[in-house]
Design a protein. Sequence first.
Length: 352
Amino acid sequence: MSKLAQLTITRPDDWHLHLRDGAALEAVVGDTARQFSRAIIMPNLRPPVTTTEQALAYRNRILQALHQRMGPLSEFKPLMTLYLTDNTPAAEIERAHASGHVYAVKLYPAGATTNSDAGVTDLLGKCAPALEALERLGMPLLVHGEVTDPEIDVFDREAVFVERVMIPLRRAFPGLKVVFEHITTKEGAEYVRDAEGPIAATITPQHLLYNRNAIFMGGVRPHWYCLPILKRETHRRALLAAATSGSPRFFLGTDSAPHARGLKEHACGCAGCYTGLHAMELYATAFDQVNALDKLEGFASQHGPDFYGLPRNTGTLTLQREAFVVPEELPFGDTSLVPLAAGEALEWRVVA
């Protein structure tokens, strides 16, 4: 049987994206806008985006950077989020919802990942008013699903989070829309698949394509280090099965997270993989590996907007089966960054 040579799908969206700010923002925003119509923008800046006013100001900076990179005709739309803290009031959730530009609230357990020091320390004890407002308004809570207990092995923190946090949270707020972000384990995928109520999950390209061996092949490779960390091959296969299952509960979220090369190749390197440049090439490669390209459009272009209650895009994106060699590095302000799989050849390229 001959292999599919070209694939055209409804233009996709990225439901989990880090754009940073300032010169870093200007360096990377065009990569996402060339492939995606919309993206959920993460709020973990320094300081974090905790108010509607801050979110709207950040949105304006993104649009200004986008216009500088791609001109005023770019149709890319940033979908803003707030950073949940122990002290987020219900009134702020209501202001965010009324703004028309803030689409979700992000839960970072304190200390779980990059710039999460201001995150939540007691979700049900301190955040109940904000959670009640989210449930009432139908705004999704986006969850970084890892416990931060230092006694829990880093490879087990997502599975433990399901038991300690996710199940009690959804028992207390059964109508709350929850996105279990960047799931990495068989346990996470099975929980989202089987749980009752409004729940979904995003899956990154690195967790579909690589297991934890990738971090250590030929030495420590910091550009494969992200949080949640890559897991065993058993988990990668479970994620790939979930993503290609056709279930509307699973959709695309790159978690593309740019860091300067020097901060990744460092004694204490930053967590995050940069995939904004070539996300769709990576996803197409993963789906192609299991002969599931017919499921890519649902995962990339349909399930996300359906869960968020937004219209599907009307434009298209075309991938062609031809070699695409990932650049060794990319400009990043006054330095550079290294994209995931730098120097490797992928079998797909975005052509239109």
